[in-house]
Design a protein around this ligand. Structure first.
Ligand code: PMP
Length: 406
């Protein structure tokens, strides 16, 4: 184990200090949503207790404070992912909306009949379906990048799929179902060589390791506040400025306009062009507080800690006869498995009775489940606040599940 002080981190998360079904809560469902540290909860209540107002264009103190908090939050996120400018941070409802925005706006102008969009077989439905929708509208096709037998992207097959008809490559940085960490930099390099743009779904990456959009050299990066210790209902689309500039608005309404008349409407500058309507102001402030919290941790120590927990899961799972559904060469935070002879949802229910929270099913990745030939898996997902006792309780609970079900 590392010198990482996981007990101090656990104390920052009030929700973890509770019993579930009379047992200490073991929260192994952070890939679905992470828990929130007290600083985030405080930032939200502070905003509603003292500063609540609508942002921009107002002549009073509360509106000033709300606007400053909201725009500072944007700057904080920009720094965190090394965006050249804060204007490249577009607030959305989350990863799903960020991807839909790019598909609907960029996809509409970039795709011609016969064009291709490559997505990986590892994708969450939210990085498949928006592309299918725009592909149907534009006469383009969505083509899956296959996996190899370990659950990694097959990079030779990817290279073979790339040609000048490929306009967009959409891949996750970390798979929510298997934890596979994809080699984004080389994926981007090959895509750019044929003129394709790359959208990275960072929903699962952002909480596990530092992300630098300039280093990745991707064109779009999407993530959600709630998967990185922030509130639900808020997320970010980061985009390359030259592309965001040329993209048409996604939704129309207040805030996104420069002037409106019945003879023609002009649009606001970045980022507001893409932010129609009243935004989730508290959410943005809460997300920035979460990012601040995460940024203050020793990220290398967090990574080493989570890797040690994952290695323990893999080893103890093997000893117990659990079947890990894939073994990617590089994985982050996810242990996805089956208990041979038992249905995943039965495993999940009996774990819950022992206070252990996991997720079961297809994890919004049905094409991946079909590829693996399984109806679903049991997924234990790890985060900054999980400790060795959690893993111990999880495997003790699994021993009982085995006795009960087999
Ligand atoms: N992509 C991945 C890899 C995810 O794990 C998730 C959430 N499970 C999403 C996209 C969608 O995120 P959200 O529901 O926050 O929009």
């Amino acid at each position: 184990m590392t010198s990482y002080d996981v007990e101090a981190v656990r104390r920052d998360f009030p929700i973890l200090q509770q019993l579930v079904h009379d047992q200490p809560l073991v929260y192994l469902d952070s890939a679905a949503t992470t828990q929130k540290p007290r600083v985030v909860i405080d930032a939200l209540s502070q905003y509603y207790l003292q500063d609540n107002s609508n942002v921009h264009r107002a002549a009073h103190a509360l509106a000033d404070r709300a606007t400053t908090g909201f725009e500072n939050a944007r700057k904080r996120i920009a720094q965190f992912i090394n965006s050249p400018k804060p204007e490249q941070i577009i607030w959305t409802r989350g990863t799903t909306e960020s991807i839909n925005l790019v598909a609907a706006s960029y996809g509409r102008v970039a795709l011609q009949p016969g064009d291709k969009i490559l997505v990986s077989t590892l994708e969450h439905h939210s990085n498949i379906v928006p592309w299918q929708l725009i592909a149907a509208e534009r006469g383009a096709t969505v083509i899956p990048i296959p996996l190899d037998n370990r659950g990694d992207l097959d990079l030779d097959a990817y290279a073979a799929l790339l040609d000048e008809r490929v306009k967009i490559v959409a891949v996750n940085q970390v798979s929510n179902a298997l934890g596979t960490v994809n080699p984004i930099k080389s994926i981007v390099q090959s895509a750019h060589a044929v003129g394709a743009k790359v959208l990275v779904d960072g929903a699962q990456a952002i909480a596990h390791f530092p992300v630098d959009v300039q280093d990745l050299n991707c064109d779009f990066y999407a993530f959600s506040g709630h998967k990185a210790f922030g509130p639900t209902g808020i997320g970010v689309l980061w985009g390359r400025e030259s592309l965001l500039e040329q993209m048409p608005p996604y939704q129309g309404g207040g805030e996104m306009i420069e002037s409106v008349s019945f003879s023609g409407t002009t649009f606001n500058q970045l980022p507001y062009k893409f932010e129609a309507g009243t935004p989730d102001i508290a959410g943005a402030i809460g997300m920035a507080a979460a990012i601040e919290y995460l940024g203050n941790l020793d990220r290398a120590a967090v990574q080493a800690h989570e890797a040690a927990l994952l290695a323990e899961c893999i080893e103890r799972g093997e000893e117990m006869g659990l079947r890990r559904v894939a073994s990617p060469r590089h994985a982050a935070g996810i242990y996805s498995f089956l208990l041979p002879g038992a249905h995943p949802s039965d495993v999940g229910t009996i774990l819950d009775q022992q206070g252990v929270a996991v997720r079961t099913g297809h994890h919004c990745a049905q094409p991946l489940m079909a590829y693996l030939g399984v109806p679903g898996t049991v997924r234990a997902s790890l985060s900054i606040y999980n400790n060795h006792e959690d893993i111990d309780r999880f495997f003790n609970a699994m021993a009982k599940v085995k006795k009960f079900l087999l």
